[in-house]
Design a binder for this molecule. Structure first.
Ligand SMILES: [Zn+2]
Length: 219
């Protein structure tokens, strides 16, 4: 028989673990905060946070690919996107098409080589990932299309809660305990970042993690 107590308990969503947070100052890359449940050196799967590095591995002018919605998180088409647009919308199908064009074996900027072609499930530690983003930002003049995409993501893409004057990327990584774990990379101010944040909230999407991060007013 359902009592008032069991009804109340059923109405409370299962509690999520506290968010994980890494903060570094730029351009020196000094880590000033590292609150990560299972250590910033433990291997994890940051999902779409790999995409800026795939984009940075592209040589040549801007490229456009078409997304018809299959193999994409949106479940409807993104249509034609260029590189900044694909990063802002985090279009999976665009990146599957880009990946096929990249030189193999693939060496990504400041990240360990991966053995499989299954890039959405690649693994690295939050510490190494943060250092790679620090390197990407240090060399941002070499990657104007990638930086434009990170800016668009915060202005009008999947990281929109973070708003203008921020560079950002969201990701929804595979999770052992939940449907997914939400990841966010963010740096501010956009033109010359002095602060980098890597954030993970288990049990939510990357876009929801960006909402939660925005509420912390760290950027
Ligand atoms: Zn798409």
């Amino acid at each position: 028989m359902l009592t008032r107590r069991t009804l109340l308990a059923a109405a409370v969503p299962s509690a999520l673990p506290p968010a994980d947070l890494l903060i570094a100052t730029l351009p020196d890359g000094k880590i000033t905060k590292a609150h990560w449940l299972d250590s910033i050196d433990a291997v994890a799967q940051p999902g779409s946070l790999w995409k800026p590095f795939l984009a940075a591995a592209h040589r040549g002018p801007n490229v456009r690919f078409h997304c018809d919605g299959s193999q994409c998180w949106l479940n409807r088409k993104h249509g034609w996107l260029d590189m900044p647009g694909a990063l802002a919308q985090s279009c999976n199908q665009w990146f599957h098409q880009l990946y096929k064009t990249l030189p193999k074996p693939l060496h990504l900027l400041a990240l360990p080589d991966q053995e499989s072609d299954d890039w959405p499930n690649w693994r690295t530690s939050p510490h190494i990932l943060a250092k790679a983003y620090i390197e990407l930002l240090a060399r941002r003049t070499d990657y104007p299309l990638v930086i434009a995409g990170l800016r668009q993501a915060a202005e009008k893409g999947t990281a929109k809660p973070l708003g203008p004057n921020v560079l950002a990327k969201t990701g929804t990584g595979p999770s052992k305990l939940y449907a997914g774990d939400g990841w966010v990379f963010a740096a501010t101010p956009a033109d010359m970042p002095t602060k980098l944040v890597l954030y993970r909230q288990r049990g939510v999407t990357g876009a929801q993690a960006a909402q939660a991060l925005a509420k912390l007013k760290l950027l």
